[in-house]
Design a protein around this ligand. Structure first.
Ligand SMILES: [Zn+2]
Ligand SMILES: [Zn+2]
Length: 235
């Protein structure tokens, strides 16, 4: 729980209204304790590599086609009401929610992160400059900034660019997503032997994370892990 203490020192102490039940007990995170407890925490048995629910260490998908990333740590299942919170964060630029997600992610994974291979740098999922102009901020970058500050780990948002302006992945099926995202990223730095963590808000099929991880490995990264706020569940 040390990370929450650190965060509370960085950010002004606020007693926010709970975003979900409108009680005045939302604290710094904008969520009261009862609402926090009811969130869809992604805690079920899951694949070490892609966080899909399975009782095996590695799921069938990852066994048949191994992704370029080595592991995935998730916070929530992409389910009610987290889906709404993430939409609210993304489309209404509710930046307090970046703090909420970053803080909860660190609380959940603190032990795991500090006892594993040390991460050398954190790379947020890059956004194409056209989309950045439309939205005004990169939702993955805002969360990554807070995580890197708390872990005192380098944030690298300049080495990796999204060079292909693609339709939103949400409207596409798996095959289309893979095709859509191919060649979308470019890494301008040598990442030789580095352990890299990619931060993203939602992991659906993992096609974007896989393509980015592939690009980072081609640039020399030794180990790539995904830190995602929510994992969608197969319907
Ligand atoms: Zn509440
Ligand atoms: Zn898997």
């Amino acid at each position: 729980m040390n990370n929450r203490l650190k965060f509370n020192q960085i950010l002004p102490s606020l007693q926010q209204t709970c975003l979900l039940c409108a009680s005045h007990q939302g604290g710094n995170l904008g969520l009261c304790e009862p609402c926090l407890n009811q969130l869809p925490w992604h805690n079920t048995a899951q694949c070490r590599q892609c966080a899909l629910m399975t009782n095996n260490e590695i799921c069938g998908n990852c066994l048949s086609t191994s992704p370029s990333f080595d592991s995935t740590s998730t916070l929530f299942s992409y389910d009610y009401p987290v889906d709404g919170l993430l939409q609210h964060y993304k489309y209404n630029a509710n930046l307090n929610l970046a703090n909420t997600f970053a803080t909860l992610f660190l609380e959940k994974h603190h032990q795991h992160i500090s006892t594993r291979n040390k991460v050398d740098c954190i790379i947020p999922m890059p956004m194409h400059q056209h989309r950045l102009k439309e939205r005004g901020f990169n939702q993955a970058l805002e969360i990554a900034k807070l995580i890197s500050k708390s872990l005192i780990t380098k944030l690298d948002y300049a080495s990796c660019l999204r060079i292909k302006h693609t339709p939103p992945q949400a409207s596409l099926n798996l095959q289309e997503r893979i095709k859509n995202i191919k060649g979308a990223f470019q890494c301008t730095q040598n990442l030789h032997n580095l352990n890299v963590a990619i931060v993203d808000d939602v992991m659906t099929t993992g096609a974007s994370l896989n393509e980015l991880a592939k690009t980072l490995k081609q640039a020399g990264a030794a180990h790539v892990e995904c830190w995602v706020m929510a994992r969608t569940l197969p319907k």
